[in-house]
Design a protein around this ligand. Structure first.
Ligand code: NAD
Length: 519
């Protein structure tokens, strides 16, 4: 995916005939507008999860290189913050056009490195593209407030100013959408940015950065560094970084939240999930089954918005039989194959972990209605595939219920009443999303009111909200208080400043008053 040009690597989007002859290409850092090869001798392989081929290698960026990236961002900040907002918006207008132009290239890179189907990879890019489109209206989004004559001859207004250098730390499961939740909003607000892509699939970030620069983003406004824990800790500790956006697991997210908060930084941390669907007996059968299958097994369950647990109110048997029937018909294959419904898991370790959780469910008494663990995909025998798997009779004390599985595994539970179903969902520590399937408006309204989850679906599996709203996970799924994108995202990346001004002939001669001023 990367080709050597002078001393820099650039993504070309095509696998060149000669690339297999080279040792795996190294993914460059982006520092001060230049794609530069790291001096580090430590690397991590980026592996195609359908074939185990080494696609590229990321460097464990050195501390000097990291400092150079932050310094480039810091130097670029004064010029960029003073660049007219209309100019900053126009860079985004151009960027959205270029992302559309290179959509296929981005999707192919995502499928190669992450494994999801090409169609799903297009969706990954498209949902990020929508955030770029939204950032094109930043002048309105970032607009302040004004009250004239708060006291005689005195006006007060508030403005939203950029913070300075911000940073983003990304997970593997949406290699385009999640970086695009972060840097377009941040830089259009006038900040500069240091992005750390997932070490498992960094390619899309590099392509997006190339496009951002082609769109006119000045040198140093967006920088990219690669690595894992050490570089993340360096981001948390660096005094010049003002805010951190994180998306990923709870373990990393809570570590980053506390370490960076202790350094006085703003942090927004989107983390793990266990999203439930409650199915009432009156739900539309076909639409509900389609939603459960799509949201349970799409992207091989590696979505933070996957519906991984369904709670049937009343007898679940008829529902489960139909679910199994439909899940069996899904095609598991490499994401590049046109018939694929779901691709492989990201790594051998991820597959092993998911298999263990399935086994623990069986051992603690759940019924394995469909077992995808031993699937073999012809032509891709080394891929990290697990087929759709359904466990029924799951209870809240089981390990497979308590842990986020992050694989194509649907857990089925039963509740005797609607209240009991709501209680099951509310007792779960995660609060990313929950959905209900019913034809009763009253039940839907009760659910919407009583359910403790940040994103609620009513007859829709939990959708990632469009960018004019925010991504509003709650409870253990989020730490911080300003969510990603939407109004909250703009507030996260800006500091409010309130100005009180007086322009009138100043009163003289009446002496000075030390009392608290009142209007
Ligand atoms: P992860 O936490 O393993 O990795 C995320 C990032 O954190 C990576 O860049 C990684 O290098 C870094 N990291 C990992 N461990 C670290 C540590 N100990 N110290 C410092 N940095 C560390 O997550 P992942 O496996 O890439 O992504 C899957 C997880 O992300 C799932 O839990 C999923 O639910 C969650 N996710 C949440 C959302 C959301 O919006 N809530 C969206 C997508 C993914």
């Amino acid at each position: 995916i990367f080709a050597l040009r002078s001393s820099c690597y650039f993504s070309t989007g095509v696998v060149e005939p000669s690339s297999s002859l080279r040792s795996p290409p190294r993914v460059p850092n982006l520092i001060g507008g230049k794609f530069v090869d790291s001096q580090s001798s430590s690397t991590i392989d980026v592996i195609n999860p359908a074939t185990q081929e080494v696609v590229s290698q990321i460097p464990l960026t050195t501390n000097e290189e990291f400092k150079a990236a932050v310094s480039a961002a810091k130097q670029a900040f004064p010029g960029w913050r003073n660049t007219p907002i209309t100019t900053r918006q126009r860079v985004m207008l151009k960027l959205q056009e270029l992302i559309r132009r290179d959509m296929d290239k981005l999707a192919m890179n995502i499928t190669t490195e992450q494994g999801k189907t090409l169609k799903d990879a297009h969706g990954d890019v498209f949902r990020g593209l929508e955030v770029v489109e939204h950032a094109c209206g930043m002048a309105t989004l970032q607009m302040g407030e004004y009250v004239p004559n708060v006291a005689n001859g005195i006006d007060t207004f508030s403005i939203r100013e950029p913070l300075g250098v911000c940073a983003g730390i990304c997970p593997f499961n949406f290699p385009a959408m999640i970086p695009l939740w972060m840097f377009p909003v941040s830089v259009t607000c006038g900040n500069t940015f240091v992005l750390k892509p997932s070490e498992k699939d960094p390619g899309a970030s590099i392509i997006l950065a190339e496009l951002a620069m082609e769109a006119g983003l000045p040198n140093g406004v967006l920088n990219i560094v690669h690595g894992t824990n050490d570089i993340v800790n360096a981001i948390c500790d660096d005094d010049d970084i003002r805010a951190i956006s994180f998306v990923g697991s709870n373990m990393a997210g809570m570590h980053i939240y506390s370490r960076a908060s202790a350094k006085g930084k703003r942090v927004q941390s989107n983390m793990g999930a266990k999203n439930h669907a409650i199915v009432l007996p009156d739900a539309n059968i076909d639409a509900t089954l389609n939603a459960l299958i799509a949201a349970g097994f799409g992207a091989a369950g590696q979505r933070c918005m996957a519906l991984s647990t369904v709670v049937f109110v009343g007898d679940s048997q008829a529902w489960e039989n139909k679910l199994v029937e439909r899940a069996k018909s899904l095609k598991v294959n490499a994401g590049t194959e046109p018939n694929a419904d779901l691709g492989p898991l990201i790594s051998k370790q991820a597959k092993e972990r998911v298999c263990k959780l399935i086994q623990s469910g069986v051992e603690s008494g759940a019924r394995l209605l469909l077992d995808g663990r031993n699937i073999v995909v012809p032509g891709y025998e080394d891929g990290n595939f697990i087929g759709p798997t359904i466990l029924s009779g799951v209870t809240a004390d089981m390990e497979c219920y308590k842990e986020e599985i992050f694989g194509p595994v649907l857990l089925c539970m039963e509740a005797d009443s609607f209240e009991e179903a709501i209680n099951i969902v509310n007792r779960n520590k995660y609060g990313n999303g929950a959905a209900i399937f019913t034809t009763s408006g009253g039940a839907a309204r009760k659910f919407q009111t009583e359910i403790e989850a940040g994103q609620v679906g009513i007859n829709v599996p939990i959708p990632v909200p469009l960018p004019f709203f925010s991504f509003t996970g709650s409870k253990a799924s989020f730490a911080g208080d300003l969510n990603f994108y939407g109004k909250a995202g703009v507030n996260f990346y800006t500091q409010i400043k309130t100005v009180t001004q007086q322009w009138k002939d100043l009163p003289g001669g009446s002496g000075v008053s030390l009392a608290m001023p009142t209007s």
